[in-house]
Design a protein around this ligand. Sequence first.
Ligand SMILES: Cc1cc2nc3c(=O)[nH]c(=O)nc-3n(C[C@H](O)[C@H](O)[C@H](O)COP(=O)(O)OP(=O)(O)OC[C@H]3O[C@@H](n4cnc5c(N)ncnc54)[C@H](O)[C@@H]3O)c2cc1C
Length: 379
Amino acid sequence: MKRVVILGGGTGGAIVANQMVRQLHQEVDAGEVELTVISNVEQHVYQPSFLYVAFDLAIPADAKRPERQVLDRRIHLVEGEADRVDPGQHQVIMSDGMELPYDFLVIATGSRPVPEDIEGLVEGGHHFYTEEGALKLRDALQSFKGGRVVLVVGVPHKCPVAPLEFILMLHEWLDGRGLSSATHIVYTYPIGRLHSLQGVAEWVGPVFEARGIECRTFFNPEIIDPVARTVTSLEGETLSYDLLVGVPPHLGHDVIARSGLGDSGNWVPTDRHSLLMQGRDDVYVLGDATNLPISKAGSTAHFQADIVAANIVNRLRGGYGSLRYDGKVFCFIETGLNEATYVTFDYERPPAPVASGSLLHLYKLAFNRMYWLSTAGIL
Ligand SMILES: Cc1cc2nc3c(=O)[nH]c(=O)nc-3n(C[C@H](O)[C@H](O)[C@H](O)COP(=O)(O)OP(=O)(O)OC[C@H]3O[C@@H](n4cnc5c(N)ncnc54)[C@H](O)[C@@H]3O)c2cc1C
C-alpha cells in the first residue's frame, strides 16, 4: 500500500487531500492508497472572514466547519500536533509519539501571525489576523468616536492586499457612522512604495489620495508606546495615534523548526515550479509554508494544490509528475463596503487591478461562501 500524508488541514491541505481522493477513489477503495491528513485544530476556519468580523459584517461561527466534515470520509484524519518530520526515515512523528510513515508527504502547515514581535503591539494596538484579534478590533471600532487611525505593517504577512482592504473598508465604514470628518487615517508601508506588488502600489496611490488618506512609506514599526499612544519606526519616525491597527509579521510553524527543515523564518525551501522541498523527491510543500517570494494567500495554496495533487496521483500511477506551478495568484480586493476589484498574476505577468465595481464585490461575497466547495476539491 502507498501512503500519502498531508501535514496541515487548512486551505491547501484540505484541497490537496480532497482532490487526490476524488482522482484516486478506485485505488483508495481497493486499499492500495491511503490518504492521511494531520490537523492540530478541530475546526477548519476560513481566515478571510476575520476582515469582515472586525467591521461586524460577519461572526466567527459563519466561517468555521469541523475538519472532519471538510474532508472526504475516505481520508484518514489524525487529530493532534505533529512534533516533527523525519525525511530520512520518511515519517512524521506526532507529539504523542505516534509514527506516520509516508511514500509522499505534503507540508501544508501555513503561517502564524506573531504580533509579539513588534514591541507594544499586543498592549497598544489591534489586528484582524486571528479570531480573537478581529473581535477585539470590532469592539474598539464600535466604541471609536474619531481621532487618528494609524495602520502599520509587519513583514512578511499573509494576504498581501488585506492592509489595503482594511483601510478602504474603514474609510467607508467611518463615513457611514458620520465619523469621517472627525477621523484622520494614516496608512504606512515598510518599503519605498505603497505596496510590495508594483502594479497594486501604482493603482492604490490615487485611490488613497481621492479619499484623503495620508500615506507614509519606509515605515517599519519597531516600538509602540501604549501609554503615550505613539508608534516609532526603525527609520526613526514617530506617529501618534488614537487607534492603532497592526498587520503582524508572520513566521512558519514550529514543526518546521523542530524538524530542522526551514530557514530563519521557518519557511521551507521549495522549488518554485515542481513545489518539491529542495533536496527531496518525496516531499511537496504548498501554501504559506513555502519560502517562495510570492503572495501568501489562499488562492496561491489552491493553485499549488492543483499541481501537487495531479503530480502525486500521476507518480502513484507510474508517471513522472511533470506539471509545473507558474506562480499564479488571484486576489479580490475590497475597495470599500460595496465595491471590489481583483488582481491576477504569476511569475511572468505582473498584477494590474481592474476598475472596481459592485459586481466584483458580490463575486467576492459569493466566493466567501463557495470556499467550502473549493476545499471539497469541486471548484
Ligand atoms: C484576515 C485575513 C484575510 C485573508 N484574505 C485572503 C483573501 O482575500 N484571499 C486569499 O487568497 N487569502 C487570504 N488570506 C490568506 C489565507 O487564509 C492563507 O494564505 C491560507 O489559509 C494559507 O493556506 P495554507 O494551507 O498554507 O495554511 P492554513 O490555511 O493556515 O492551514 C495550515 C494548517 O496547518 C495546521 N498546522 C500547523 N502546524 C501543525 C502541526 N504541527 N501539526 C498539525 N497541524 C498543524 C494549522 O493549524 C492549520 O490548520 C487571508 C488571511 C487572513 C488572516
